[in-house]
Design a protein around this ligand. Structure first.
Ligand code: GZL
Length: 316
């Protein structure tokens, strides 16, 4: 068994560790959204439940801070690294340093453009599918009606912004009555969503040309809903809203009739990540390269008030 494990270590280049309390470094993007804050809370809870010593670093949305954090984790000799990569490129060199130090890296909630031997596994949703589910809801909702859509994009260069956009466009491709007339990043924040939506409303006849908002996350949508109200229109009626994440405040907006649909993303990416690492530490079992989390559509018909409360209890 030892020989087999030695071979697998040599092949995979990851170190295995004795069965003592493991130390894991977590490079988190920041706290730009309610979903992100919940992911951090739940990661801390999952580590504590497992007796894992979690070393946390908040990058405040800057890739250079994440790279510095990873370099520090390597210098500390942690047993594993969790990385939620703010953007999808520029990771090869630092991940080679982690691999050379035989430290497994697990990606959380976003993907990277890098050789897949530079990370053990990635935990997250299929972001193209999330966009397709969102777009599919709008197609069903509007039928043959002409529908001009404005789009609030997530962080520029992030895998989820690229892929959610692609998925939504896939869904509406065969429906010429639905088209995206304006699209701009709100950087996944409420303030960003409000500011950009204000500019969309101003540019589109006070919003009277706009049929629907597709937002890459709920926080931007909640900001946009405020802007729609301040423009004297009824969000959820004059302008339909479809989004992604499933954070409590968006469910509250759906319960009030101010929002229409969202595609849920679990903030518990750390549970599957720690399960995979513990299996590796225990007997060298390797996880699949991608551990997919579910993408469930919720609408006003799905007890939004109850879903609000359930998520408040979840750790939001
Ligand atoms: C998606 C995740 C996104 C969330 C946003 O997997 O990376 O980042 O949708 C968060 O709320 O900012």
């Amino acid at each position: 068994m030892k020989k087999l494990l030695a071979i697998s270590v040599a092949v995979m280049g990851f170190g295995t560790t004795a069965a003592v309390a493991e130390t894991v470094g977590f490079s988190q993007i920041g706290s730009e959204s309610g979903w992100r804050a919940a992911e951090t809370t739940i990661t801390r809870q999952q580590a504590e439940k497992r007796g894992i010593d979690l070393r946390f670093s908040d990058a405040q949305q800057r890739q250079e801070n994440q790279i510095a954090a990873l370099r520090s984790f390597v210098a500390q000799g942690v047993d594993a690294i969790l990385l939620a990569p703010v953007v999808s490129t520029g990771w090869d060199n630092i991940l080679m340093e982690a691999r050379d130090a035989e430290i497994p890296v697990v990606l959380l909630d976003r993907r990277i453009d890098a050789p897949d031997d530079l990370y053990m596994t990635a935990v997250g949703a299929d972001s193209v599918h999330e966009g397709e589910v969102a777009g599919g809801w709008l197609v069903d909702e509007v039928g043959d009606r002409q529908c001009n859509v404005v789009e609030l994009q997530g962080t520029t260069g992030s895998s989820v912004a690229i892929e959610r956009k692609q998925g939504f466009e896939n869904a509406i491709a065969d429906h010429p009555n639905i088209s995206i007339i304006r699209s701009q990043t709100g950087d996944f924040t409420r303030s960003g969503g409000k500011e950009v939506m204000e500019s969309f409303l101003q540019a589109e006849n006070g919003g009277r040309n706009i049929c629907a908002l597709f937002s890459h996350n709920d926080d931007m949508a909640v900001g946009a809903i405020q802007a729609i109200k301040e423009a004297g229109l009824n969000p959820g009626e004059d302008i339909l809203t479809v989004s992604i994440d499933g954070v409590p405040d968006y469910f509250r907006a759906m319960a009030n009739g101010d929002a229409n649909a969202t595609v849920e993303l679990t903030p518990n990416m750390a549970g599957p990540a720690f399960d995979a690492l513990q299996a590796w530490w225990q007997d060298g079992t390797l996880p699949p390269k991608f551990i997919q989390t579910p993408s469930t559509l919720y609408t006003q018909a799905d007890d939004p008030e109850g879903e609000y409360q359930r998520r408040k209890d979840l750790g939001y």
